[in-house]
Write a protein that binds this ligand. Structure first.
Ligand code: OGA
Ligand code: NI
Length: 360
């Protein structure tokens, strides 16, 4: 068991954007949300098309070996090196079950406000409904509400959050958590195989005590979408993120070669990305890519991110077998996961600044 308080990071409590939008007709954005300095458009390539992120077939991946040069493992390796993002198809999760998960995620945000208040962030806590990484009253806010909580290991769940969610949502999430976690484990193992990291080193970090948290994002429509940002540019400070686009509204953009590019989700696919922790473990060979969310004036957008990290008491550091084999120096400091997370939540989310602070 973890001592009480070890996952007690906090964020300043802010108003619900969803409530603000639903309560009254807003025609101009309140100053606290104005972030008009960034160009919100998505880039296209020379022929006017939106460049596609790689697509990885999970079924093929499971039966492929790194030694075959045109195998799915090699495709995965390339996707992680060059994009840091890919879509995962044929992942084996029943589409009917995914639809149920999406529907119930939507229902969570549709609960009456007095119900949602029970799950609201409390002072000195990070989990629940609210926003993440808000550390000062004059900090600009995102045009979104989130619901964030620890899911695995189960003993770290906050008693007033997941265990109090309505049924059948709780059962759905339990099953979703297990399925997504096993996908994450396979993907990380295959990445390790491609990079010739010793399997024990992967297992040591991503064994049964693997840390999993969930973040559901609700981006209300905005009368002045160019004035705001749904989710500020950031890289994910975790090992691996598996994202489910909940409704069919676009908004996620990734930074590719200095330009913001829209991700166009395929039906039933997951959007997977390498986070900072995998960049550290792979000693910089895999890249965690900056991404952000833009909003629009007509439609709400919902997404559901599941984050995976090494166990809280495990070390985050470049894999030894990798560094030794390639005769490279370690490019990142090593840190225990819980200290890494403490550092993370004590600063504003700002591009890849936190990862940069970990460089040697
Ligand atoms: C996140 C994230 C993207 C999205 O939650 O870290 O990047 O599409 N979400 O909402
Ligand atoms: Ni993210």
């Amino acid at each position: 068991m973890e001592a009480k308080g070890e996952t007690q990071w906090s964020s300043i409590i802010v108003p619900s954007v969803q409530e603000m939008v639903e309560e009254k007709v807003i025609t101009t954005v309140p100053p606290r949300y104005v972030q008009s300095d960034q160009d919100k458009s998505g880039a296209t390539d020379d022929s006017g098309l939106i460049p596609d992120i790689p697509v990885i077939d999970m079924k093929r991946l499971c039966s492929s070996a790194a030694k075959d040069s045109d195998s799915e493992v090699q495709k995965l390796d390339l996707a992680c090196k060059e994009f840091g993002f890919f879509q995962l198809v044929n992942h084996g999760i029943d589409p009917t079950f995914l639809d149920k998960t999406k529907l119930e995620t939507h229902d969570l945000f549709s609960l009456p406000m007095e119900e949602k208040k029970k799950f609201w962030q409390k002072p000195d806590e990070m989990e629940g409904f609210g926003q993440a990484f808000v550390l000062s009253e004059d900090q600009k806010l995102d045009w979104a509400d989130i619901f964030f909580f620890t899911m695995q290991p189960a003993q770290l769940r906050k008693p007033h959050l997941f265990p109090k969610l309505p049924l059948p949502f709780r059962d759905t999430l339990e099953m979703y958590s297990a399925q997504v976690k096993s996908i994450a484990k396979i993907l990380i193992a295959k990445m390790g195989e491609a990079l010739e990291i010793k399997p024990e080193e992967i297992e040591e970090r991503f064994g049964d005590d693997m840390f999993q948290s969930m973040r559901m994002n609700y981006y209300p429509p905005c009368p002045e979408p160019n004035q705001v940002i749904g989710l500020t540019p950031h890289s994910d400070a975790v090992a691996l993120t598996i994202l489910l686009q909940v409704n069919d509204v676009e908004g996620l953009q990734i930074k590719k070669d200095g330009k913001w590019v829209f991700v166009k989700p395929l039906p039933n696919a997951f959007i997977v990305n390498v986070g900072d922790v995998l960049e550290i473990i792979t000693n910089g060979i895999y890249k965690s890519i900056e991404h952000r969310v833009v909003v629009n004036s007509e439609k709400e957008r919902l997404s559901f991110a599941t984050f995976h990290n090494p166990g809280l008491n495990k070390e985050i550091s470049p894999a030894k077998s990798l560094v030794e084999k390639r005769k490279k120096r370690a490019k990142f400091k090593s840190l225990i996961t819980k200290d890494y997370l403490k550092g993370l939540f004590s600063r504003e989310l700002y591009g890849k600044a936190y990862l940069d602070a970990m460089r040697i």
